[in-house]
Design a protein around this ligand. Structure first.
Ligand code: G4P
Length: 530
């Protein structure tokens, strides 16, 4: 194993936020400052281009939400950033959760007026499960918002996280002048959008007592700044890299993405603080990113990114090794060898063939359905990366083709969508009907639209009395069979034939669990595989 500088300069991260906090704006500004795009507005333009190319994303367009996570790679200050975009709408949280398994750190965006919101909390909890280090960006400081102390207090109390400011705001709303960079001792001025002056350079200071501050800022603003920083230094622990990397402490940057303010400092924070690729947990052992052999896992499958090619892209997070195009890799689940001829890298505005890649990078692998979420690829070792979450569906509906003659076609389509991880699909044992299970109600609509546009198959939904689904597992195959035979009306199979129990209500499930102690009723398929 040789420590590679290529691995050390990777920063693979995601932005987590409640819808409307400013994730899209911040993403765009990060790409802009990172030199990946030339003009502001390109993230949206790119989105529109994509929509024009892909019909099923009409739903996305109409709803004004981002359904699918994508990856953007850019280089800045000798670091390679892999920014994994996460869908903001809560109905698509499963995709977001999975994306978070593929990052080494996250940026949490909070609207200064709103503080922590429902989705922020949920996403944070996922990060906490894996000790993902978090940098916080308090956005929209140009608007009247909440007092900085109260937001920090909320983060500390609600998320049980130590906080320490990296920058400190000078004023707020219309009175917002900029920030003092506490880590670099710099005065940062904000130029509002539309201001004619070019953004002023950060001004180096000799600490807060520097008389320059008295010359450049209004008297009351300097006095407040000095007083507040003194208080904050008493109240907050100093920045500690180890504590941040362990996920215990979050440095806070204040800014306004819309006004390009605070973004440069945030990027510098990612360069200086955010971890390079971390070790990944596999069932058999921990995998170090500097190991020579290439390993990775699939965390997302996306269909029809380009309708001209009816392929599916599996997103592979590389966990170790130096990947080269053409490499032969073992697909651990099937035991087959795959030749990786056409791996894609996702640059901010385009995708490109990847000649080589390193741990931390995200590769897109076109395939025809042989790769699934959670699959591990290695150069020969039997490894299974773990902790890729899959959730028991909370909403279930019967799905039927508008044309009853096309039931076979529906079956093929649903099996594919099930493999892709777009939804849970179950075929009932007695009536051979198909049930779709999702986490958010909007997913039903997106799926129906996809089935119609991608598979040319109009479908409709019908209600079902089913309350929830559980995968069944048991070391005792006879008992499993007995359960199956005794409950045929509630039995189904998923897309690859695994047995599933469809409970009519909570009591039905509880009784089954109590009466059949030898059988595990699992909420997630991953537990089942492992
Ligand atoms: P999201 O991806 O987290 O959902 O948020 P998005 O970036 O789309 O931002 C949501 C709204 O907040 C947008 O306004 C955006 O312009 C605004 N916004 C983002 N950052 C800032 C900021 O620093 N200051 C202020 N004042 N506003 C900010 P919109 O009116 O909903 O959309 P648009 O018409 O501006 O695109």
């Amino acid at each position: 194993m040789t420590a590679s500088p290529e691995v050390a300069r990777r920063r693979t991260f995601a932005i987590i936020a409640h819808p409307d906090a400013g994730k899209t704006t911040l993403t765009e500004k990060l790409l802009l400052f990172g030199g990946a795009i030339q003009l502001s507005g390109a993230v949206k333009a790119r989105g529109q281009q994509r929509r024009a190319r892909s019909d099923w994303m009409k739903v996305e367009q109409e709803r004004g939400i981002s359904v699918t996570a994508s990856v953007m790679t850019f280089e800045h200050q000798n670091c390679v950033f892999n920014l994994l975009d996460t869908p903001g709408h809560e109905d698509f949280s499963e995709d977001t959760y999975r994306t978070l398994t593929a990052v080494d750190s996250a940026v949490m965006v909070i609207d200064a007026a709103k503080g922590i919101e429902a989705q922020t909390r949920k996403l944070f909890e996922v990060c906490r499960l894996r000790d993902v280090p978090i940098i916080t960006f308090i956005n929209k400081m140009d608007r009247e918002g909440r007092d900085a102390f109260s937001i920090m207090d909320e983060i500390e109390k609600e998320l049980a996280l130590d906080v320490t400011p990296a920058t400190w705001p000078i004023g707020m709303g219309r009175e917002f002048l900029g920030c003092y960079n506490l880590l670099a001792d710099q005065l940062l001025f904000m130029e509002r959008e539309g201001a004619k002056d070019r953004a002023r350079q950060a001004l180096a200071c000799q600490g807060l007592a520097d008389p320059q501050l008295d010359r450049l800022l209004p008297k009351h603003a300097v006095a407040t700044l000095r007083e507040e920083v003194e208080m904050v230094r008493e109240l907050c622990p100093p920045f500690d890299l180890d504590s941040y990397r362990a996920g215990h402490l979050t440095p806070i940057f204040f800014g306004s993405a819309l006004n390009n303010f605070g973004v440069r400092e945030l990027l510098a924070g990612l360069v200086g603080m955010a971890p390079s690729p971390r070790q990944q947990k596999a069932l058999q052992r921990r995998v170090d990113p500097h190991e020579d052999q290439v390993t990775g896992f699939v965390f997302k499958i996306q269909a029809n990114m380009d309708p001209k090619h009816r392929d599916r892209i599996a997103f592979l997070r590389l966990c170790s090794g130096h990947f080269r195009r053409g490499i032969r890799m073992l697909h651990v689940r099937s035991g087959k060898l795959l030749n990786i001829h056409n791996p894609q890298l996702f640059l901010a505005q385009d995708r490109d063939r990847a000649e080589e890649a390193w741990a931390g990078d995200i590769l897109g692998l076109p395939n025809h359905g042989n790769l699934r979420i959670g699959d591990t690829l290695t150069e020969g070792e039997e490894l299974h990366f773990t902790d890729i979450p899959s959730f028991a569906p909370e909403l279930l509906r019967k799905v039927r083709p508008d044309d009853p003659m096309r039931a076979k076609h529906l079956e093929r389509t649903l099996r594919q969508l099930g493999e892709e991880g777009a939804a849970r699909v179950f075929k009932t044992h007695l009536s051979s009907e198909w049930i779709i299970g999702v986490l958010g109600v909007l997913q039903f609509e997106v799926l129906a639209d996809r089935i119609k546009t991608e598979y040319d198959l109009p479908v409709h939904y019908e209600g079902t009395p089913i309350h929830t689904a559980r995968w069944l597992e048991s070391a005792d195959s006879l008992r499993l069979k007995a359960f199956f035979n005794g409950n045929t009306a509630a039995m189904a199979e998923d897309h690859d034939g695994s047995p599933v129990f469809l409970a009519r209500n909570a009591w039905h499930l509880e009784t089954a669990v109590k009466e059949w102690p030898e059988i595990h009723f699992l909420k997630t398929k991953e537990q089942f595989i492992r």
